[in-house]
Design a protein around this ligand. Structure first.
Ligand code: FES
Length: 533
């Protein structure tokens, strides 16, 4: 792909706020699909998981088509903080408890392999994406002495699963950086990494197309039908075109092909990020995570462009909450900034954005054959490890699609049932059931006139609920507030100016267009009479 075909992307498909990656990256502009096509494998989703899988399959000499309804990296990969961690977000000792020691050992192996694979691809394809190896530091905040035991448990488990050089540290890089505010305990995970997520995807796109893979943007998938050994899978798109392929990989953050099963096994959360200037060399390179329940994660932007600046850029994330179940989204940015200013010498905040994270109820991602299907595969349940999971998905799905057994397959099997996490499963699904109460509650406003510029509000209209948005110039858009997945009432996300579903995380633009599954159809239009105040 020539440089003339690249475009600087400052628009965004997942929300109103561009991420630091959106503001600093060039990504390939993929063409639109204009006819029916066939391929060995059709991959839906051009994020880290989809593009990694496409890369591995093209190297295995399979013909590959990648579809995305937005641009390459325009989904959650462009909203990440791009930690490439083999430290596990939900703790290896928890995985040992739920899945057993052998499963935890395989998980550790897969995470090390994922990080190594990204590094190998960067080198093999000469991808200029600021890939940097560095240490990870998991710290218990001051006064959180109980969390030190948790870190010690994790140290022991990490060593059992193969991280022989992970260990509690007497000193760490932020000691002295955070004034009078040292940690209660710190666990060091060597050999982590970071990169620029979109520059990496741009490199993968070049490699995939050089190897004969085809990438298409603006390709909104409506339906995926499984095939057999004799008949191909079919992928039906809005606009009428069809892709036929022996195998399909659905890599859309949460599966758009699965109506119910997978959405009872994971829950959607919003997570918030700020990027702020700090004095040059005032914060040492590293990945930093605290042990709080609503935890914080920190890294520096550190690449070729930043070397010319007179300051560094600190990226801090956290302040998560269940999607669609928060009335004051912008307050999470303010809380994150307060937390950061209390610990780091930041000046201007230059970007703030949010992303969506799918939390599996039993901690481990779902990568493998879609339950009930033969030739359809899914990748989901990334928790906070989406970048590493994407690389793991590439390795695992390459083999499964090619009919090769893989020792990680059982661990990541989407069809697994983990009885030890049944209470969490019940709790998450009770939370979903409770959201249906919104079908019978009053609206947030009585009339459209009450909706202020820049606001979205739910209006009751007889038996129906309407999602009403007034833009800054006063233009009003009205859609049904009923999510087209399984019928919950959507909630306005004031930070990203989207309608978010509190049940399984579907998200819609203010005009009602779907931007995040599991829904594949936009919010319904409303007849004129119903739109009157
Ligand atoms: Fe399932 Fe909305 S995402 S009902």
């Amino acid at each position: 792909m020539s440089s003339a075909q690249r475009e600087r992307m400052t628009s965004q498909s997942e929300g109103a706020r561009p991420s630091i990656w959106d503001l600093t990256a060039e990504v390939p502009a993929a063409p639109r699909l204009t006819q029916d096509i066939t391929a060995d494998v059709c991959i839906i989703g051009a994020g880290m998981a989809g593009m990694s899988t496409a890369y591995e399959l093209t190297r295995a000499r399979r013909s590959v088509v990648v579809l995305d309804d937005g641009r390459i990296g325009g989904g959650e990969t462009g909203r990440t903080t791009a930690h490439i961690a083999s430290a596990f977000d939900d703790y290896y000792h928890e995985v040992e408890r739920v899945h057993g020691e052998e499963a935890a050992r395989l998980l550790g192996e897969s995470f090390r392999a994922g990080v190594d694979r990204i590094e190998a691809i960067v080198k093999a394809e000469s991808i200029d994406c600021d890939f940097t190896r560095l240490d990870g530091w998991w710290f218990a905040p001051p006064g959180r002495t109980d969390d030190v035991g948790l870190l010690r448990d994790e140290q022991d488990a990490a060593r059992r699963v193969g991280f022989t050089d992970a260990g509690m540290a007497d000193a760490w890089p932020l000691s002295g950086v955070i004034p009078g505010d040292d940690a209660a305990g710190v666990l060091r995970f060597p050999n982590q990494a970071q990169f620029h997520a979109l520059r990496y995807l741009a490199g993968l796109a070049d490699a995939i197309t050089r190897a004969g893979g085809q990438l298409f943007s603006g390709a909104h998938v409506l339906e995926v039908r499984d095939g057999t050994d004799e008949t191909p899978c079919t992928v039906r798109l809005a606009g009428g075109f069809t892709v036929r392929a022996r195998d399909v990989v659905v890599a859309t953050n949460t599966p758009i092909n699965d109506r119910v099963t997978m959405h009872t096994k994971q829950a959607p959360y919003r997570t918030y990020v700020i990027a702020a200037k700090v004095p040059r060399d005032s914060v040492p390179l590293g990945l930093y995570w605290d042990t709080l329940e609503t935890y914080h994660y920190v890294r520096l932007l550190h690449g070729r462009d930043e070397a010319a600046l007179d300051h560094d850029v600190l990226i801090v994330g956290g302040e998560d909450h269940k999607t669609g179940q928060e009335d004051y989204e912008n307050e999470h940015f303010a809380a994150l900034e307060r937390w950061t200013r209390a610990r780091f010498p930041i000046s201007d905040v230059i970007a703030q954005w949010s992303g969506q994270v799918m939390e599996p109820v039993d901690y481990v991602a779902f990568i493998g054959r879609n339950p009930g299907d033969t030739h359809v595969y899914i990748v989901t349940g990334d928790s906070g490890n989406g970048i590493t999971h994407g690389a793991i998905a590439g390795l695992l799905l390459r083999d499964l699609v090619n009919g090769v057994d893989h020792r990680w397959a059982t661990l990541f099997d989407p069809g697994r049932i983990s009885l030890k996490t049944a209470p969490t499963w019940i709790e998450e699904n009770a939370n979903v059931a409770a959201q249906y109460v919104d079908l019978v509650t009053p609206g947030e406003v009585q009339t459209i006139d009450e909706v202020q510029p820049g606001q979205g509000r739910i209006l009751r209209d007889g038996a129906r609920k309407l999602a009403v948005y007034r833009d800054e110039s006063g233009v009003v858009s009205v859609r049904s507030a009923v999510c087209t997945h399984l019928g919950c009432i959507v909630d306005f996300n004031a930070a990203e100016k989207t309608w978010d579903c509190p049940c399984h995380g579907s998200r819609f633009t203010t005009e009602g267009n779907v931007i995040n599954g599991p829904a594949v159809i936009g919010l319904a239009e409303v007849e004129r009479e119903a739109r009157k105040p």
